[in-house]
Ligand binder design. Structure first.
Ligand SMILES: N[C@@H](CCC(=O)N[C@@H](CS)C(=O)NCC(=O)O)C(=O)O
Length: 378
């Protein structure tokens, strides 16, 4: 018996993990199909416009491409129940969503592709089985794997930067582990939009491929439990006694979460600033017409961003997508009353993230027919 919804996704796909977890947690019945099914090419792709996963087909045949859009499809009509209503938690939850989808790609790609002794056979099995058994299957698998292996380098992992990428990731593991030792989810007893975004890199790559999985299980068992928990329909928190069902009271951002954000800020802020510095002149020179695609397939970009990570120079592709989701953080902040805005600003100063409020592109990114497109020229 299959569900009413069909999710085109793959177990080893980063962005699929976010949408899948959302559907599981919200109790939405679905069946999952790989992109190797003929229906993906013939029926879905013409409406999806880009061959990316996750893509959802609703019982009415509506096709929704992109994890954020899939989640919004369920959240928007219900007044965003997965977003806390209080100012600090709401803003920070949206911030975690973009950090998950765009800010942790470097360790995700590094720990998948640069540990072939442990990972390669496992990963190859997944790429192979994403496709039908045709004569071209092996060649197609190699092609797709080469494309994604290349992504590790263009997201900024080189011989020179590898040790800093690893050191920073170990600090992220420790900080998240300390948090999830105290709370089942980012904001207490209930998963939020930020949890779903953060799960992307921490599931398919960092919490599932053999090498990083071992690392997480050894170094961060409470984080590993959160990864498991995010893929279960129930609360899955037997180790927490007397816990409830809601976000933390009093708009609290607990000290363990402050620490997580401080570590994440170390590369999220300089990378976002450098990406803005690359994209702004590109936008001015290109002046794409309103409605032109702003976001393409993974690992395509108009240029690179250069910045320092703990004193080590890093060069990574600058992708407009991070600004698409950052717009939501900024709009949430802009819509607050002055005293709430002050509270959020003070919180972001404490975690070293206040600069992201001002890192805006001169052109808005909107959605049109399953594509993220440039908004009006201003
Ligand atoms: N913004 C999209 C990104 C989706 C995405 O890039 N998915 C990857 C798999 S994790 C993909 O489909 N890559 C294939 C490609 O770029 O050709 C989302 O959040 O759903």
């Amino acid at each position: 018996m299959t569900g009413d919804y069909t999710l085109y996704a793959l177990p080893h796909s980063l962005y699929s993990g976010r949408a899948r977890s959302y559907l599981i947690k919200r109790g939405i019945t679905f069946r999952e199909l790989s992109t190797g099914h003929e229906s993906f090419k013939n029926e879905v792709l013409p409406k999806a416009q880009l061959p990316t996963i996750p893509t959802l087909v609703t019982p009415h045949g509506e096709v929704i491409r992109d994890g954020a859009a899939i989640i919004a499809h369920f959240e928007e009509p219900r007044g965003w129940p997965s977003l806390p209503t209080t100012p600090r938690q709401r803003t920070v939850s949206l911030l975690f969503d973009v950090i998950g989808t765009d800010g942790l790609l470097r360790p995700a790609m590094h720990y998948r592709w640069n540990f072939p002794d442990d990972n390669l056979a496992f990963v190859r099995r997944h790429f192979l089985h994403a496709q039908r058994d045709t004569p071209e299957r092996e060649a197609k698998t190699d092609h797709m794997m080469d494309r994604m292996r290349h992504a590790a380098r263009i997201f900024g992992v080189t011989e020179a930067s590898q040790s800093v990428v690893e050191a920073l990731y170990l600090d992220v593991l420790t900080a998240l582990n300390d948090h999830f030792a105290q709370f089942p989810y980012l904001f207490g007893d209930r998963p939020s939009l930020g949890d779903f975004g953060l799960l992307g890199p921490l599931y398919a790559h960092l919490g599932r491929d053999p090498y990083p999985l071992g690392l997480m299980q050894r170094e961060a068992p409470s984080l590993y439990r959160w990864v498991e928990r995010m893929n279960r329909a129930d609360r899955d928190a037997p180790e927490f006694f007397g816990a409830g069902e809601d976000f933390l009271p009093g708009d609290a951002i607990p000290p363990t979460l402050v620490r997580v954000l401080q570590v994440l800020a170390e590369d999220f802020v300089p990378e976002t600033a450098a990406a803005a510095a690359t994209l702004k002149p590109w936008l001015a020179a290109e002046a794409p017409a309103a409605g032109e695609p702003a976001v393409g397939r993974l690992a395509t970009s108009p240029g690179t961003a250069q910045f320092d990570l703990r004193g080590v120079p890093v060069e990574a592709i600058a992708q407009p997508h991070r600004f698409y989701l950052l717009q939501r953080v900024q709009s949430c902040y802009d819509a607050l009353a002055p005293d709430a805005r002050q509270a959020v600003f003070a919180c972001l100063v404490e975690v070293g993230m206040e600069k992201v409020l001002a890192l805006r592109l001169p052109r808005e990114i909107c959605r049109n027919k399953n594509l993220e497109v440039w908004g009006e020229l201003t």
